[in-house]
Design a binder for this molecule. Structure first.
Ligand SMILES: [Zn+2]
Ligand SMILES: [Zn+2]
Ligand SMILES: [Zn+2]
Length: 168
């Protein structure tokens, strides 16, 4: 009979003083490859949001299955899952689903944080820069187009006559 209950692992967690992660270290005569340790995203068991634990939660208790604030997942009888972090417009899933887009995003931020040795805030900024949201800044806003006519007013050219007529 084999002994059960123990898991053999080749992974050890090391903490380095320097900010530069070495690609490998020597343990005795053995060279060991070093990879950054990426912890799993922290999801609050109370409000289901990411980035804090239930001990310092300021949110409202929310069901992880259906995003309702009237009950918890223990008493949930909802048929359709609903993620509090994603809302509608996504494939229905619960907050603890590993394929949840919000979870995947948090995991990517954790990876950036670990591999580049950044703070949460910095890692989040790096993530947002590489995943820009749809920007409306480039689109011309209606009602603002007249401003270009005002500017050409001061340019002395043969079209000045036409412009001054427009402003009459
Ligand atoms: Zn919370
Ligand atoms: Zn529920
Ligand atoms: Zn989700």
């Amino acid at each position: 009979m084999t002994k059960r209950g123990t898991v053999s692992t080749n992974n050890i967690i090391l903490t380095f003083d320097s900010t530069d992660l070495p690609s490998e270290i020597r343990v005795g005569y053995v060279k060991v490859r070093v990879r950054p340790f990426v912890p799993a995203p922290m999801r609050c068991f109370r409000c289901q949001r990411f980035g804090h634990t239930k001990d310092n939660c300021r949110g409202r208790p929310t069901c992880s299955k259906c995003a309702s604030q009237d009950h918890t997942d223990e008493t949930c009888d909802s048929e359709t899952p609903q993620c509090v972090n994603c809302g509608e417009g996504q494939t229905p899933h619960s907050a603890y689903d590993r394929s949840c887009p919000a979870y995947v995003k948090e995991k990517e931020i954790m990876t950036i944080k670990a591999t580049r040795n950044l703070s949460f805030k910095e890692a989040r900024e790096v993530y947002n820069q590489s995943h820009p949201k749809t920007s409306y800044a480039q689109k011309p806003r209606p009602g603002n187009e007249t401003s270009s006519f005002v500017k050409t007013d001061t340019v002395p050219s043969c079209s000045g006559m036409n412009l001054s007529q427009k402003h009459l």
